[in-house]
Design a binder for this molecule. Sequence first.
Ligand code: SF4
Ligand code: SF4
Length: 472
Amino acid sequence: MSNLPDEAFRDTIGTIDDSGNRKFIFPKKPSGRFYDYRKIVSYVLLAILVANPFIKINGNQFMMFNVIERRFNIFGFPFWPQDFYLFVISMLVGVVFVILFTVVFGRIFCGWICPQTIFLEMVFRRIEYWIDGDRGSQSRLARQEWNAEKIKKRLLKWTVFFLISFGIANVFLAYLVGSDQLFLMIEQGPLKQASNFIALLIFTSVFYFVFVWFREQVCIIACPYGRLQGVLLDNKSINVAYDFVRGEKEEGRAKFNKKEDRALTGKGDCIDCFQCVHVCPMGIDIRNGTQLECTNCTACIDECDNIMESVGLPKGLIRYASEDEIVKKEPFKFTNRMKGYTAVLFILLSVFVGMLFLRTNVEAIILRLPGQLFQHKGDKISNVYTYKIVNKTMNDYNDIHFELIDQKGEIKNVGNKNFKIKREETAQGTLFIEINEAILESDKTTVKIGVYNGKELLETTKTNFLSPRSFN
Ligand code: SF4
Ligand code: SF4
């Protein structure tokens, strides 16, 4: 894009004015095919986002990220600290997935899927259009003195924004501490659940601040993903892009004149109407090329298509396209880099699914008591162990006991032979394994232990059994 005359935009961002102050953006209300699609996608995703912490599968919350108690549920599968490797892999899959999408489709995540964009553009901004009107009315209202109309509109808007922020904070809290805990707080009142209530107020304030004032600055300043795009995109990545070859042609962009035939004058198809700039929620001019601020929201595609239609020129001056497609007219190609990312994504996904299926509902760790060797008990050798059993399920197990598998001998649990473990609880204790010395073939035998609930084998684990060195 080096043929563009003014490159000053590269040194500034659209939301800061010359004196370094915040320039508040009043984007024009978008309309068009992509905006309609985005509305559908956004409201479906919003419904999923809100419903997730309130859906239960086998008693497990569908999605929960309880960082404080280190309990995570993903798609109804409970993840314990012992399952942390699975959580890490699922996060890696997410990261590679987003990277692959960025390499191929640019910032499609930002424009279509990111909760920040969805809440800002499809919830808060739409309410703002409803209360304050479109771009012109909004900027007039912002500039005008405080009169009855402004006070009424601001009070209404800020109240509605606060209530929505409070609603989002409740959902957010349900993700963090669990929906049961949230309902308990509603039932018991804020005084008995002070820490959760304070968290709720903090989250409400943060969301209110973000959606009333900070807005697009989240994408520009705070979001690391927006910064990453510079290293992920290349000339083959599909982005919301201005077709500068067609838009500028030999003579550059020029205002529309219905009396002239643009094809004969050499003027570009861009009629320099600035509608794509006015509609942009990030305050940038897409005609300057791919920029850090652009979230690929598609509003400028719709707006330019509307303009092109009204002046009788073909649509698609701004469209989803790669740099190579615009400059070299090259169709989309699945590059080696994309293939590499896809392979990594596929491998990670396979590992994750495999581990998910191999993961057991009960985890047992049985370790020899440190410093203890073995004891003779008549013709038997006895070793002492500590055990820890984690019940990751939402079921109580009432008849837990240990049995040796593939090895004759006896396990004696200190205390009751059979015991209980409640749902999502752990049990720990001490046990002895006794094996007849005559059948031992080595001074160190690996023994396999089954953890049973009644007759149901829940988990198997291995440990070492030591005995005297009396073997030839
Ligand atoms: S909306 Fe289209 S025609 Fe108007 S300035 Fe933007 S690119 Fe040019
Ligand atoms: S340049 Fe276009 S796609 Fe990018 S943020 Fe602005 S309106 Fe959205």
